[in-house]
Design a protein. Structure first.
Length: 468
């Protein structure tokens, strides 16, 4: 910004929003005690080990191995925990109190949440009008389910952030083509996703399809294949350099098991308590339930909740160890808002999904189909894991679909309101009201549900520094 140039009203709003978001995430992170979220204690152990020893743990190291499950998360990508350990080391210069170190580790998820919101707003401005871009951003960053993962130690936050990076690269391509800058952004996003959570890998596949298809069209138009090799090589090189080392390390440590999955299963069968060994685990598939039975009736059936219901509810927002609930009316309103927006996309199905228009390839059609792929695959993986491996109907495993899902949702509402409401002021007022409602609902969830649940947690700066 040039000297003497005043901030625009829009810039001021953005600064205020991100300041609010940072404080809000920190408040939520601060009020939760250790282990008040799924697997946080096991995940924090990895960050703490790196902080204490200055090295990466092996998956079966007793220092990080859980005595019940017989495994550790050191078998899986640990980029999140490596960054958390650096934050812990910095904070330890001021205070080494246990909760201060935990907050340092949680700060990684908080910053990833802010980064996701920033990327959402940036791509929203390129895809939609300004008001719709704000709804896009507010929904992604303040939907209680996504907000929750930005406030404790986990890999889901990095998974969501990395999908936002990849989606941002796609959107930049729509405006600028595959410049070397956009190739670098895509490579960084794929590398980050590779080191996050395996259930987010669908976005990598979608990125390969979108990048490959559009780059082929680009070089075909220019009739210069050198660009395909250079740009494709650049993306692959970034991914190999930044993420390849992890899989090489796994292959060396675990006899060629570069993903660490088989090594983790062997470790669990060796060290887990009898009822928790993978060899003793009973899945819906082993019980003879059909996939449809699991989806519609749940497992076991006596629990009375279908897999779809549990996943949808916890996707929108279920907290703690999946035992802190939002009111059913609020869950239903979120779900109805999502479903209605996505259905409204089909008001213009040809315009949205046609791959060829007027005998030419339709770039937006390719973009939208790749968004569909990125939205569907996390749910397929989530279903497969529950049916064949371990029945855990949790919405966070589907969370990597949130960017394309909200994209289609905003697209759908635009199809309705942009046509039916001709007055721009009225239309903008509706979009603005939706943003305000999303903020108010997020505040209601925190002050009406989360704060009362952990009301005994002291909130002062002194208490934070003491770790109490």
């Amino acid at each position: 910004m040039k000297k003497g140039k005043k901030l625009t009203w829009e810039t001021k709003v953005e600064i205020l929003f991100f300041a609010f978001l940072f404080i809000f995430y920190l408040m939520w992170a601060r009020v939760q005690p250790m282990g008040a979220a799924p697997d946080e204690q096991m995940r924090y152990q990895i960050a703490d080990y790196i902080y204490q020893h200055g090295s990466l743990p092996v998956g079966d190291d007793p220092a990080v191995r859980n005595p019940v499950w017989g495994i550790s998360y050191a078998f899986y990508p640990i980029l999140n925990y490596m960054v958390a350990a650096v934050f812990m080391k910095v904070v330890s210069l001021v205070s080494a109190a246990p909760f201060a170190l935990l907050m340092a580790a949680r700060l990684v998820s908080v910053l990833l949440g802010l980064g996701t919101a920033y990327l959402a707003l940036s791509m929203g401005k390129k895809l939609f009008s300004r008001r719709k871009a704000w709804i896009f951003t507010a929904f992604i960053s303040l939907m209680p389910g996504s907000l929750f993962v930005f406030t404790y130690v986990n890999c889901d936050a990095l998974a969501v952030f990395s999908t936002a990076v990849m989606a941002y690269a796609w959107v930049c391509y729509l405006k600028e083509g595959w410049t070397y800058r956009n190739c670098v952004i895509l490579g960084l996003g794929v590398a980050a996703c590779t080191l996050s959570y395996y259930n987010a890998y669908g976005f990598i596949l979608a990125s390969i399809v979108f990048f490959g298809a559009t780059l082929l069209l680009e070089v075909k138009k220019e009739k210069k294949w050198a660009g395909f090799v250079k740009k494709g090589g650049l993306v692959c090189g970034i991914v190999l350099i930044l993420a390849g080392w992890w899989f090489v390390r796994n292959a060396v440590l675990y006899n060629g098991d570069f993903l660490g999955m088989n090594a983790s299963t062997i470790c669990a069968n060796k060290y887990a308590k009898d009822g928790f060994k993978p060899s003793n685990r009973v899945t819906p598939q082993m019980e003879g339930l059909s996939l449809m039975d699991m989806l519609t009736q749940g497992y076991p059936e006596k629990d009375g909740f279908s897999w779809v219901e549990l996943v949808c509810d916890s996707f929108v927002g279920r907290f703690g160890m999946m035992d802190i609930f939002m009111p059913k009316w609020l869950v239903n309103n979120y779900l109805d808002f999502i479903k209605m927006g996505c259905l409204l996309v089909f008001l213009h199905p040809v315009k949205t999904f046609a791959l060829r228009l007027k005998k030419q390839w339709n770039i937006m059609g390719i973009f939208n189909w790749c968004m569909v792929i990125a939205m569907v695959i996390p749910n397929i993986l989530n279903v497969y894991y529950s049916y064949c491996n371990d029945y855990q109907p949790q919405g966070r495993y589907s969370l990597p679909m949130i960017v394309p899902m909200v994209y289609f949702m905003i697209l759908g509402y635009g199809n309705l309101f942009d046509v039916q409401i001709k007055d721009l002021k009225i239309r903008n007022s509706i979009y603005g009201a939706v943003c305000v409602i999303l903020i108010v609902l997020a505040l209601f969830v925190f002050f009406g549900i989360i704060w009362p649940e952990y009301r005994d947690v002291p909130f002062s700066i002194g208490a934070f520094l003491r770790g109490s």
